[in-house]
Design a binder for this molecule. Structure first.
Ligand code: AP5
Ligand code: MG
Ligand code: ZN
Length: 217
């Protein structure tokens, strides 16, 4: 089962992915997380990606596609995977289709998490992320048990550099121009399920779960 989580910044892709990988025992591929750890380590990939990410722009397709291709070849992806934040352009979607097609596979379901724009800004500016395991919290909506400490691993929580109000606005524009066209791309293949993302985290999770269980049946 190969599932794509599609939605604007702050829609809750990471929040839902965390729950879905456990429920469905899938590998988890989040290009944003992979790129952020490359930036943190100062690797050549990180050096290339840093500037784009800080400005809220997409990292060039060639770079991101290479990362995902390599990751999909890992044995842990054999049983399926959740893609969070990839593909993000029509070019990336084409490459993904070609790569999967070579082994007779394809994207099985695209979950489009739809959320109102003012809510997205509030979610992003209040988000906190674990430095160690990348678990995601929100100061109001989903606070950790102890302030600034990760429930899962005890790591320190921080605010992502691209969660400042001006960069958030840029990311939302980039989403509309470059990523939203994927909704039509996958709709024409009959793969999209729209989920109302303006609900509580657990309700969204059960809606997504119901959609995926229908596919599995
Ligand atoms: P990436 O890390 O993928 O960021 P994004 O797409 O902007 O999405 P976010 O991670 O901000 O939001 P999310 O939907 O995961 O929401 P979350 O669950 O955290 O990408 C970052 C950058 O990397 C890009 O800008 C780009 O530069 C680069 N990049 C990555 N992939 C790329 C690609 N394929 N091509 C090119 N460049 C790429 O939730 C947000 C907050 O809301 C949290 O605080 C959470 O607790 C809270 N929350 C979640 N659900 C709810 C709810 N239902 N109600 C209330 N609060 C909620
Ligand atoms: Mg995320
Ligand atoms: Zn943690």
């Amino acid at each position: 089962m190969l599932i794509v989580l599609l939605g604007p910044p702050g829609a809750g892709k990471g929040t839902q992915a965390e729950r879905l990988v456990k429920e469905f025992q899938l590998a988890y591929i989040a290009t944003g997380d992979i790129l952020r750890s490359a930036v943190k380590s100062g690797s050549p990939l990180g050096q290339q990606a840093k500037g784009y990410m800080e400005q809220g722009q997409l990292v060039p397709d060639e770079i991101v596609v290479g990362i995902v291709q390599e990751r999909l070849a890992h044995p842990d992806c054999a049983g399926g995977a959740i893609l969070d934040g990839f593909p993000r352009t029509v070019v990336q979607a084409h490459v993904l289709d070609n790569v999967l097609g070579e082994s007779g596979k394809g994207v099985n379901r695209v979950i489009h998490i739809d959320v109102d724009e003012e809510e997205l800004v509030a979610r992003l500016t209040g988000r906190r992320v674990c430095r160690e395991c990348a678990a995601t919290y929100h100061i109001k909506n989903n606070p950790p048990r102890v302030r600034n400490v990760c429930d899962r691993c005890g790591g320190e929580l921080y605010q992502r550099e691209d969660d400042s109000i001006s960069t958030v606005q840029e990311r939302l524009e980039v989403y509309k121009k470059q990523t939203a066209p994927l909704i039509d791309y996958y709709s024409s293949k009959g793969l999209v399920t729209v989920i109302n993302g303006n609900q509580e985290i657990e309700k969204i999770f059960s809606d997504i779960k119901a959609a995926l269980e229908k596919d599995r049946a």
